[in-house]
Design a protein around this ligand. Structure first.
Ligand code: DNO
Length: 357
């Protein structure tokens, strides 16, 4: 388990790398050029500057999250080939700086979606919250407003330039159902995987969050069946997954321990976090502690430990605690606690292994 921490870059994050350095066992920074408009090539000079800064703190830069996929590729329209060529160029450029894993997702229009960014909870903290019925009855424009008002810092995948075109995009997606979206994903993968493979990079698709259709838009990376379909599209070692316990686990039908058992070896990257899912489908993000949420985090880590998992792991969305002012879900304190919980579990399972041997 190679522990990493997501960081949004200089001037774009409330957390500093000096602070991250103080979290025990944290080896790498999960990074991206967050200011780049989606679809543009990440140029060598820009990559170099970010990589050198991160490495100056002694962190590795092996994982990039995310190189976002332009809507033209997801829609499969006439502009897609140009954007795919740009994507390939970015993969090649990143490989020159030692990047080993690129996380991406294939969700139409929206990235991860919540209805409230700072939902108050009983013990005085706030956390990200998803109210299912609200999304069922909400105009997407309203949601865009809620999200942009919650933070001055742009959320990943919610770039203002994309949000400005939202009506036009909804119109275009009327032509794209699940089957078509799968075709467009297959087309994209068949183009980029040989390039990734040739430069030793693993692509790691992130599940949809939440893992079901919202606003009538298709969502296809939702559970085990999606993983099987991805393997059918290509069995290349470059065709990997980002195992995200909180995203996939927001559907209680997904047993994340079983997912870890079956797919950890195909997941070069894992996001480990907990959510509490209510009967009506609403969910709130909790601490990473197993007893606080609905996901068996302890069981997932045990499974990774059994497999001697050497992939990259990061804690994910934390609560906002101890008065911290930060990006929604991306503060320092609760994610640092999350890392210590993961480290503790790992050590305990290692000891247990020693007892058995
Ligand atoms: C949520 C994250 C996602 C993830 C992208 C991957 O916080 O896990 O934003 O980075 O969906 O492409």
């Amino acid at each position: 388990m190679n522990i990493t921490f997501r960081w949004y870059g200089r001037g774009n994050d409330t957390v500093t790398l000096e602070q991250v350095k103080q979290i025990p066992g944290t080896k790498g920074i999960v990074w991206a050029l967050h200011q780049k408009p989606v679809g543009e090539v990440w140029e060598r000079e820009e990559i170099k500057s970010e990589v050198e800064y991160i490495e100056s703190f002694g962190f590795h830069v092996d994982v990039v999250e995310s190189v976002n996929v332009h809507e033209a590729i997801k829609l499969g329209n006439s502009e897609r080939d140009q954007y795919i060529e740009n994507y390939k160029e970015t993969i090649r450029n990143l490989s020159e700086f030692g990047v080993k894993v690129i996380c991406y997702n294939f969700m139409p229009i929206f990235d991860w979606t919540r209805t409230e960014m700072f939902h108050p909870l009983e013990d005085g903290f706030t956390a990200l919250f998803f109210e299912k019925s609200k999304v069922e009855n909400l105009d997407p424009q309203e949601l865009v407003k809620t999200v942009s008002e919650a933070s001055e810092l742009t959320l990943p995948g919610w770039e203002p330039e994309k949000m400005a075109r939202i009506s036009e995009l909804f119109e275009a997606y009327k032509e794209v159902d699940e089957a078509k979206l799968w075709d467009n994903l297959a087309y994209f993968l068949n183009e980029i995987l040989p390039v990734a493979e040739s430069v030793g990079i693993k692509m790691a698709i992130h599940p949809d969050d939440p893992p079901y259709s919202i606003f009538g838009l298709p969502r296809i990376i939702t559970g085990e069946a999606s993983y099987e379909k991805l393997i059918e599209i290509s069995d290349s070692p470059a065709n990997g997954f980002t195992m995200c316990t909180g995203s996939m686990g927001a559907n209680p039908e997904n047993d994340m321990v079983q997912v870890a058992r079956k797919y950890a070896s195909r997941s070069p990257f894992s996001h480990i976090r907990n959510v509490k899912v209510y009967e009506n489908g609403d969910f709130v993000e909790t601490s990473h502690f197993t007893s606080d949420g609905s996901i068996d985090i302890k069981g997932v880590v045990q499974e990774l430990n059994k497999q001697n998992y050497d992939g990259y792991v990061r804690p994910d969305h934390g609560r906002h605690i101890w008065g911290e002012v930060c990006r929604p879900g991306y503060g320092l304190y609760d994610r640092a606690l999350g890392i210590m919980y993961l480290n503790g579990l790992w050590d305990a399972f290692e000891m247990k292994k020693g007892d058995i041997e």
